[in-house]
Design a protein around this ligand. Structure first.
Ligand code: APR
Length: 255
């Protein structure tokens, strides 16, 4: 790590050691080192000619439900064997130590994978969860995962409607409670950390602005820094590399 990086890391450790409420927003980049492509990575294989934005879309499901359903079943088959990387593990370690450090850590994620939970974190999902489904007609929820090998549409047991993934699609409203939790956390934190997100999709991308307006210091962990002018401390490194180092230094400072 360059000497500048050490300086930026020390700045991040300093502000975090003096913060009581911390809000963390993660995006697809935190799962990249677990082998899950990010949203803006080009699609591969059978799906290389499709854009995620065109498939994660309510109109597409109405127009061609089989196509959208089979894309999600493919994504589930791709994700099912993936495991947390050191970035997820570092956040889980930090959350476990929060009490001892005298801190509250709100972990908000745009991701629909369950790698934060697998690592032991408690995360608030803004865009839904990949393994959950509900009926597109009557709303009946289906908590148990549907085998990714089932590529045919699944009829709802209650009304016979088409079962869909419980993912927030482009143009749909975010679930109310998770969004309220996220807004509260962003508005009441002293430090806001954006990890592995291109900060392109609202309203999630607006959380950093809310934090900043309320006086928070904004830290970004992303090898390709976003140039939104909000970031006070830039850590342009893969999350799996820098987060374990950051969390280790935090814990030392308080022992
Ligand atoms: N560590 C940290 N950041 C990384 C890493 C890494 N190892 N690898 C890639 N990144 C960064 C990329 O530079 C990029 O800025 O992660 C970001 C991923 O951006 P996107 O693919 O746009 O994913 P995300 O920001 O989570 O998308 C937000 O958009 O498509 C919708 O609902 C979808 O939740 C998604 C939302």
């Amino acid at each position: 790590m360059t000497s500048n990086a050490h300086i930026d890391l020390s700045k991040a450790v300093y502000v975090l050691n003096n913060a009581q409420h911390i809000c963390i927003l993660t995006g697809a980049g935190i799962s990249a080192e677990s082998g899950i492509p990010t949203f803006r990575d080009k699609q591969t294989g059978l799906w290389e000619n499709f854009r995620a934005e065109d498939l994660a879309n309510c109109d597409s499901f109405v127009r061609d439900p089989e196509l959208v359903w089979s894309w999600y079943q493919w994504r589930r088959s791709e994700v099912k064997d993936k495991r947390p990387n050191p970035a997820h593990e570092a956040l889980a370690t930090w959350q476990a130590k929060a009490g001892q450090l005298g801190q509250t850590i709100s972990l908000i994620t745009q991701n629909v994978d369950d790698l934060h939970e697998q690592a032991g974190s408690q995360a608030t999902h803004l865009h839904g969860e990949l393994w959950q489904n509900h009926c597109s007609e009557c709303g009946q929820t289906y908590e148990e995962a549907i085998d990714p090998a089932v590529t045919a549409l699944v009829p709802c047991k209650s009304c016979g409607g088409k079962v869909r993934p419980s993912i927030v699609w482009f143009g749909e409203m975010l679930p109310q409670e998770p969004w309220q939790i996220a807004q509260q956390a962003a508005e009441n934190c002293e430090v806001f950390i954006s990890i592995g997100t291109s900060s392109m999709v609202y309203p999630a991308a607006g959380l950093a602005q809310s934090a900043k307006q309320n006086g928070a210091t904004v830290i970004e962990i992303n090898p390709h820094p976003t140039d939104n002018g909000l970031v006070d401390i830039q850590l342009p490194y893969p999350a799996g590399e820098i987060l374990p180092e950051l969390v280790a230094q935090l814990s030392q400072a308080k022992n």
